[in-house]
Structure formats: C-alpha cells, structure tokens
Design a protein around this ligand. Structure first.
Ligand code: ZN
Ligand code: ZN
Length: 427
C-alpha cells in the first residue's frame, strides 16, 4: 500500500526517534543490583516518561537477541524477516558506496595476524582499535586484482578506527557464504565456506579466501606496518570480513508514509539502514559512533532539520559500546550523556508540535558483553500522547506503561499515527 499525502491538517506535526544502542541491560551487582539505566541520573528522560506514554519493545520478537542491523530495520518499520539482506550492504551504503544489485558487500576489520605455516593466527581482531593510517591502508588494497579471479572488482573503503567496508563486484556472486572473521571465538582466520550448494556461493567463498591471502600479502609488506611495528603497535596486516550482504530493497518511508525523513548518526551501519529507507543523511561535525560523540551537535542538528523534515532518526551508539566493554559504570556515564542530548533536543523543538520517542535496538548485557533478547524500554512524549502512570524511564518501570508490549516493526506506524501519516486500513 503506497501512501498518498493526506490533507494538510497535520502537516506541521513532527516526530523524532532517538535510538540509544544497546540501552537495556541486566541488574548489575556492581551497581547495587540496578540496571545502568536505573543507576544513571536521568532527569530529562524521567520527565519525558512522566509526561508521556511508556512501554517495552520486543525489537524482533520476544526472546530473540537482535543484531544492530536487523534491530534498526525493525525500528524503522520493516519486517527484518522479509527484507534483511545482510549487514555488509548497510555498512557499504552508509559509507557512501553506490551498491549495484549484484554486488556482495562486507563489513571489514583491520586486524593483526601472525602466520604459522599455512595458518593465520589472529592476535588482535581490531589491530589495537587505533588505526589512524586506515585510509592509506585501504588505498593499498582498494582495486586489487585477484590472480585466480581477474574479472572481480574489489572495492575497499575505510569508515572509522579499525573498520572498513569491502565490496566484490562481478557476475555470479552470492551472499550465502561464511565469514572469515573469527568473531573472537577461534584462533585462526576462518576459511569462508559456501552455505548452500549453488555455484555462486562456492565461487564467492573461494574468491574470499584468495582475497584474504592477498590482503595479508599486501598489507604485511607495507611500509605503514613496518613503522607500526617499530613504534610497538600491532600491525594492521589483514582485513577480516563478516556479514556478507546484498542491496536491500525497501519501500521508502516517503512512499510508505508520505514523510520527508532524515538521519543523524555517527556509524556507517546506521546511516546505511537509513539510506536504504530513503532518508536524507545529515553530515554533523563531531557526530561519531564513539564515546566522544558530540551529543549537543547531534541534538541541535536533529532539532534544526525539523524545518525541512517530518521525521528524524537520531542514533546514539556509546551505550552499546560500554556494555560490550563490560563496563557498567561507563554505560551509566553514557546514559547521562544521552540525557543531556535529550535536554538539548527538547530545548530546540516546538514541544506543541513534536513527538519524541526514545528506545533501543536491543539490550546489551554489561555482564556478558553480548546482545540479549530482553525487551527494551520505550517512551513517547508529545502533544497528543495518552499519559500513563509511569514516572521513570527504566526497563522495569516501562513494563507498567500504557503502550504495553510492542513488536519493533509496530513502532513506526504508532509514531506516524501521532503525526497523522499512518494510512487508513480499509475504506
Ligand atoms: Zn545495536
Ligand atoms: Zn552491539
């Protein structure tokens, strides 16, 4: 069903969706049994919850731990079970690469390996995380030609820190192959294997294995790594690949709801999901996916663009990173930074015409350092929201909220209904 723009009655109502990555958590002994969200001082989030409606969101479905990619696909209103085509494609789109339908895209990590005979042993999956020479390293392997597959074009683009995107362009490729990244679970670089019996999957896996050897050959002999070695830094002497993906086919938010939508994010993945949904990607100086992200700049950019857009998706990454680092105190600090972001945001918008929703793409446990299937808290604040009795924004208090338990893909229709952009079902 495609949207035809309604009368202009609600034309001035706007909505902002703030996603704090991995916000939900477990009760943490080091925080006296509170979750980081309960332990943090969050006057703005609590006020927004007290004046609005709250609930819990099962982002994919109850008990299923979402990846950040599938979680965001769901939060933007799409059913990940139908339209998820692999993480790599979102990373590539977010990095500004124009993907072709037959391309296979991967998320890559510059990493440190040591050769033991024919095996490549992984010493650091992130080459120390700090890889300021990343752009130069990417240039060394961008456009490389594979001796056994000269018809394949290889595109490499660095995104941030140790991260990059790799795209294979050529005929008869498949995303049905396994990763070369060890995911920290094994010692040696993995051989990619086909995940089905198709010729394309077999060919792509063998190309990936050849490519991995070429990455190592070129990078390990580069001057940059000689200098890193001399400086006592881990060499960035390979790229580990994961999340093979192909160009997703989404109906744009404009066609679904008749809205002009924009994205404020630091990480390539989130920009890529937003780009797939047809959103404008704002360039905000200081907006990163790290702990240092400029919360004020992001909030101001989101508030200002409401003059041109009906809907803004604002992504805040560091809450997830702190939990992956098993650092609950850092997560508390980052949640307080999120609260500051919200206070700047609400100061910059017309509260009588703007809805603010705050939620997460999944819970991330500061105990295990992993994503979990626990539902995430949600608040929606705005001029026509049915206020409930919840006065705090936390996992347990939102369980008593008036929005009840929602599935992730149902959030967008709810927000669009508030601003008058959910099409009528039936005549
Ligand atoms: Zn996430
Ligand atoms: Zn995560």
């Amino acid at each position: 069903m495609l949207f035809t723009l309604p009368s202009s009655i609600n034309a001035s109502l706007k909505a902002i969706l703030v996603v704090s990555d991995g916000l939900g958590d477990h009760p943490i002994p080091a925080l006296s049994g509170k979750t980081p969200l309960q332990a943090a001082r969050t006057p703005t989030l609590d006020k927004l919850a007290a004046e609005g409606a709250t609930g819990l969101v099962h982002v994919i479905s109850p008990g299923v731990p979402p990846g950040s990619d599938a979680g965001h696909v769901a939060l933007l209103g799409y059913d990940p079970k139908n339209c998820y085509t692999g993480r790599g494609a979102f990373e590539a789109l977010g990095a500004g690469i124009s993907l072709q339908p037959s391309d296979i895209a991967f998320r890559g990590n510059f990493a440190t390996v040591k050769a033991h005979g024919r095996e490549l042993r992984v010493l650091d999956r992130r080459a120390g995380r700090h890889v300021p020479e990343g752009d130069k390293l990417a240039k060394l392997i961008d456009g490389l030609s594979l001796p056994n597959s000269p018809d394949i074009e290889v595109i490499v683009k660095r995104t941030a820190e140790h991260r990059c995107v790799v795209v294979l362009r050529g005929a008869n490729l498949s995303r049905r192959i396994s990763d070369t990244d060890t995911h920290g679970r094994s010692i040696n670089v993995q051989q990619s294997i086909p995940l089905d019996s198709s010729e394309g999957a077999q060919r792509t896996a063998s190309i990936l294995n050849e490519l991995t050897q070429e990455f190592h050959r070129i990078l390990s002999t580069s001057r940059i790594n000689t200098e890193r070695r001399k400086a006592g830094l881990p060499e960035a002497n390979i790229v580990l690949l994961r999340g093979a993906g192909t160009l997703p086919e989404f109906t744009s938010l404009k066609d679904l709801y008749g809205i002009r939508a924009a994205c404020v994010a630091g990480g390539a993945l989130y920009k890529g999901v937003a780009r797939s949904a047809g959103m404008d990607i704002l360039s905000v100086p200081g907006a990163t996916a790290g702990y240092d992200t400029d919360a004020e700049a992001k909030a101001q950019a989101a508030a200002q663009t409401l003059g041109k857009h009906d809907f803004v998706f604002l992504h805040f990454k560091p809450t997830d990173s702190a939990a992956h680092d098993k650092n609950p105190q850092k997560k508390v600090e980052m949640i307080e930074k999120l609260d500051y972001l919200l206070s700047t945001l609400q100061a910059g918008i017309d509260r009588d015409k703007t809805f603010i929703a705050v939620t997460a793409d999944h819970s991330t446990s500061s105990l295990s350092g992993k994503h979990t299937g626990d539902p995430v808290p949600l608040l929606i604040n705005g001029p026509r929201v049915r206020k409930d009795k919840v006065t705090q924004f936390s996992e347990s208090s939102c369980a008593n909220g008036g929005l009840g338990h929602l599935i992730g893909k149902d959030l967008m229709p709810i927000l669009m209904n508030y601003i008058g952009h959910t099409p009528k079902y039936g005549a």
